[in-house]
Design a protein around this ligand. Structure first.
Ligand SMILES: [Zn+2]
Length: 149
């Protein structure tokens, strides 16, 4: 299992190009895997998401990071990983909450709490906020800013 974990870390390092933040990236992956959550690189998927079983809560969450979208800055990949981890840290959603703006905001808030652990990443908090605000605006356009009923 140790080998598999090292392999996951090497793959994320290579695909994100985040060698300047290697130690923090490895710690994030450790924290995800140690929290009964899975994470893997998906070279052929365009989107990234945290798969959470709404019915069977014994099934671990699984973070999918899709690398088929246009290349992003290394930090943007890290913000994406933290955001999806934020979904895991938010707990299992109800069916109504599963895809909603409040749920997205909560995941970003959890991601930002996690960000506080990494001084090298925290130095780029403005960049984190820029991506967060851009994506929240995008969610509101797609989903509407409605609280789940
Ligand atoms: Zn999200």
């Amino acid at each position: 299992m140790r080998d598999k974990r090292s392999q996951t870390k090497r793959e994320f390092l290579a695909r994100t190009g985040a060698s300047a933040y290697e130690e923090s990236l490895n710690t994030i992956i450790d924290r995800i895997l140690d929290d009964n959550c899975e994470i893997a690189c998906y070279p052929l998927k365009k989107s990234s998401y945290c798969r959470q079983d709404l019915v069977d809560h014994s099934i671990p969450d699984h973070i999918v990071i899709g690398f088929a979208c246009p290349p992003k800055e290394p930090l943007h990949w890290i913000w994406t990983i933290l955001h999806e981890f934020g979904h895991h840290l938010s707990g299992k959603p109800t069916r109504d909450e599963a895809v909603s703006v409040p749920r997205e905001r909560l995941a970003w808030a959890k991601a930002e709490e996690e960000l506080q652990r990494y001084p090298d990443l925290l130095a780029h908090q403005a960049d984190f906020h820029a991506l967060r605000d851009f994506l929240i605006t995008d969610y509101i356009e797609k989903l509407g800013d409605k609280e789940p009923s």
